[in-house]
Design a protein around this ligand. Structure first.
Ligand code: IPM
Ligand code: MN
Length: 406
């Protein structure tokens, strides 16, 4: 699904791996003496050299990114990879320093990287509705500039946290949904404007615009994911009212019929979907939808696993680096207190290992460590029930690292 940028193919990984440089290759089966000109012998390890850009951003962003970086550093040393990190500014901090939410230097560094890990942007300091620019503009711009049209948001309940969810255990148990939210079109990027009317009122508009190919590519990506999962795809729209949704419905039906006839496919209106997510979340496998609907539905779905603090996401294009981030925002109310839950960012780092670096084993080891830490009863403040004690950002990460090292 992901095109290599270096033109190099990994034998033991998940298809093509977009790594800028490969130093040595893991020769589980001795098939070559040299890989990319580098002499190898059986038993050698494939070690990847990858450039990872960190965009800590605002609020709790820097705190959670610092912990995810520690996890990636342990992965690098355990598996023999070399990760070269560089930090750049985005969001409110970038507005303060440069006047722009996404400075050109940040975009350039991201383009030259293999993958990007982002904390969060925004906060009350930059909330003035009359301000020239907003932190969120940086996020929208980087998505657009890097062509990150697919936002993958897995909603998986952790057995250990079932009782932290506001919903009943019997409804949410077993929930495993993968949302594909279209990320560079629709209402977020269509023509918009604000005008003064002669009678003194203002008139504002935002437009949902989609083209055939924008719908095709996200539906195809979601369908490929469904083939590797439970073979079910649900497309969510508002075709009973919106013209743009009617395009989605036609294009999506055609792609599914012509290219993915074996997938069980259905369509659900967005208002019903809001309800079904709470009444029968386990009946969904892969869900694909437009930018705005995906934004809203995934926040709603994030309550199924209990806390926003557990959910990672990946934003991918057809080539180039992917961008990984926690779903939660900058949480300015708890910033600097050392109590933010870093697990969503750590799980985003695991997605980065899997989707941008092709390091499935490494990704799985991070995810397994997080699960073990939860199973052992360790919790951050957002996950505890009344009266239970909690760990801070650093301490829970220490447990994850210890669990990885074994
Ligand atoms: C998200 C966020 C962003 C969005 C904001 C911060 C621009 O809510 O990633 O879901 O609406 O896409
Ligand atoms: Mn959102």
């Amino acid at each position: 699904m992901f095109n290599p940028r270096s033109g190099w193919r990994a034998e033991s990984g998940n298809g093509c791996v977009p790594i800028s440089e490969v130093l040595r290759y893991h020769l589980a089966k001795p098939f070559a003496k040299r890989v990319r000109g580098i002499p190898c012998k059986p038993g050698d390890y494939l070690t990847l050299q990858a450039k990872i850009v960190l965009l800590p951003g605002d609020g709790i962003g820097p705190e959670v990114i610092r912990q995810a970086r520690r996890v990636l550093e342990v992965v690098a040393s355990q598996f023999g990879h070399t990760f070269e990190f560089s930090e750049h500014i985005i969001g409110g901090i970038a507005i303060d320093q440069t006047g722009e939410a996404l400075p050109d230097a940040t975009t350039a560094a991201c383009r030259a990287s293999d993958a990007i890990l982002l904390g969060a942007v925004g906060g009350p300091k930059w909330d003035d509705p009359n301000a020239k620019t907003r932190p969120e503009a940086g996020l929208l711009k980087i998505r657009k500039e890097l062509g990150l049209f697919a936002n993958l948001r897995p909603i998986v309940t952790f057995e250990e946290l079932l009782d932290s969810s506001p919903l009943k255990r019997e409804i949410i148990e077993g929930t495993d949904i993968l949302f594909f939210r279209e990320l560079t079109g629709g209402l977020y990027f269509g023509p918009s404007g604000l005008e003064e009317l002669p009678d003194g009122q203002q008139r504002a508009f935002s437009t949902a615009v989609y083209t055939t190919s924008e719908v095709e590519r996200i539906v195809r990506m979601a369908a490929h994911a469904a083939l590797k999962r439970r073979n079910k795809l649900t497309m969510v729209d508002k075709a009973n009212v919106l013209e743009a949704s009617r395009l989605w419905r036609r294009v999506s039906a055609r792609i599914m019929q012509e290219e993915f006839p074996t997938i069980s496919y259905d369509v659900v209106l967005v208002d019903s979907m809001a309800m079904h997510l709470l009444s029968r979340p386990t009946s969904f496998d892969v869900v694909v939808t437009s930018n705005m609907f995906g934004d809203i539905l995934t926040d709603e779905a994030s309550m199924l696993p209990g806390s926003l603090g557990m959910l990672p996401s990946a934003s991918l294009g057809s080539s180039g680096p992917g961008l990984y981030e926690p779903i939660h925002g900058s949480a300015p109310d708890i910033a600097g207190k050392g109590i933010a839950n870093p697990l969503a960012t750590i799980l985003a780092a695991a997605m980065l290992l899997r989707h941008s670096l092709g390091l499935e084993k490494e990704a799985a080891s991070v995810e397994a460590a997080v699960k073990r830490v939860l199973a052992a009863g360790y919790r951050t403040a957002d996950l505890v029930r009344r009266g239970e004690s909690s760990l801070g950002t650093l301490a829970i990460t220490d447990h994850v690292l210890q669990s990885m090292i074994g």
